[in-house]
Ligand binder design. Structure first.
Ligand SMILES: [Zn+2]
Ligand SMILES: [Zn+2]
Length: 338
């Protein structure tokens, strides 16, 4: 089968590999759609722990075409999406449902081969059926949508809360889609350039701020003079996180939802202490796939327009380049098997 392989940081190629066989408890999926995520670029750059050689890809959908255990035969031929978490299901963390804290945790696309291939192997316990009327391409976005749902859940966001999202990458935009659907209000999206702010407006953001042209803290003081209920940083950039602390209302919540690339930063302690801020971290998808599929299936969230480029595995260089350069109008490139 064709698969994209990162042999070591900085080295990526389309290879011919043997089709993987699912072991007990796993199924093989014929990949129908696999979205390119900014995180995959970090794997390529060597900035994220991964087991090389690795086939990346953790935002996917497909059809089950082989199973490793008799009891999983019910999945054969089903359209699916699923969790990328390979866990023991037995330890305390697993029994609390906190799979990512499992001592045996391994993530597909990072430690195990992922979806940039014709076939992939995933655990059957993480599968969700994708209804016929949700396209494979839309289904592949259940993963970033799940990250957004997990982030808002961790933030303790409520109906009627105000929100600032810093960063208009696909996670920032997924948070916007989910926040609109759950009845958050007066939502501001801020990003360095105006490239994606038009899309944020079309998706229902009340305000958009291009931080390359305007001072975010000053602008937000005009919009919410007493601060915003929930502020989510989806950039992982120091200046943005420092601004987040100034944007939240007294007693408000700041969520760090962007990858920090191992960097450290300085903060003014009193911004958190005196203002009684809740500052929390929200990385990754916390078993939110089922909810994400349901929201898409019922038409409550529709983010299919994020997919601006449908490409073949052979066009991986174009896809990665688009994800790296993010030209005007681009949001996501997705490998499709059509
Ligand atoms: Zn991703
Ligand atoms: Zn476990």
């Amino acid at each position: 089968m064709k698969a994209i392989v990162i042999s070591k940081p900085g080295h990526v190629a389309l290879e011919n590999k043997s089709i993987p066989e699912p072991q007990a408890g796993f199924v093989r999926v014929k990949v129908k759609a696999a979205a390119i995520c900014a995180t995959d670029l970090e794997v390529l750059a060597g900035n994220i722990a991964a087991d090389y050689p690795i086939t990346p890809g953790h935002e996917w959908s497909g059809v089950v075409d082989a199973v490793g255990s008799e009891e999983d035969r019910i999945w054969l031929g089903k359209r699916v999406i699923g969790s990328n978490d390979v866990v023991c299901l037995k330890c305390d963390a697993c029994r609390r449902g906190e799979w990512r804290y499992c001592s045996e945790f391994e993530e597909i696309g990072f430690k195990r081969d992922g979806a940039y291939a014709e076939y992939m192997v995933v655990p059957s316990y993480g599968l969700c059926e994708l209804p016929d009327h949700v396209s494979f391409v839309h289904g592949a976005l259940c993963e970033p949508l799940g990250v957004a749902l997990g982030t808002l859940e961790k933030a303790g966001a409520r109906f009627g809360d105000t929100l600032v999202i810093i960063g208009a990458g696909s996670i920032g935009l997924c948070i916007l889609a989910a926040a609109k659907a759950m009845g958050m209000r007066d939502i501001t999206v801020a990003a360095t350039t105006g490239k994606r702010l038009g899309l944020a407006q079309r998706m229902g953001a009340s305000h958009t701020i291009a931080t390359g042209e305007h001072d975010l803290v000053e602008e937000m003081r005009k919009i919410h003079p007493r601060g915003t209920d929930v502020v989510i940083d989806a950039t992982g950039i120091e200046t943005c996180i420092r601004q987040s602390l100034k944007l939240a209302r007294k007693g408000g919540t700041v969520v760090l939802a962007g990858y920090g690339r191992g960097k450290t930063m300085q903060i003014r302690i009193d911004d958190i202490h005196i203002n009684n801020l809740r500052v929390i971290g929200a990385g990754n998808n916390w078993n939110q796939h089922k909810k994400a599929v349901a929201l898409m299936a019922e038409g409550i969230v529709n983010i299919e327009e994020f997919v601006t480029n449908r490409i073949k595995l052979e066009e991986y260089e174009t896809g990665l380049e688009l994800a790296r350069k993010r030209p005007e109008g681009f949001v996501k490139a997705v490998f499709v098997d059509e």
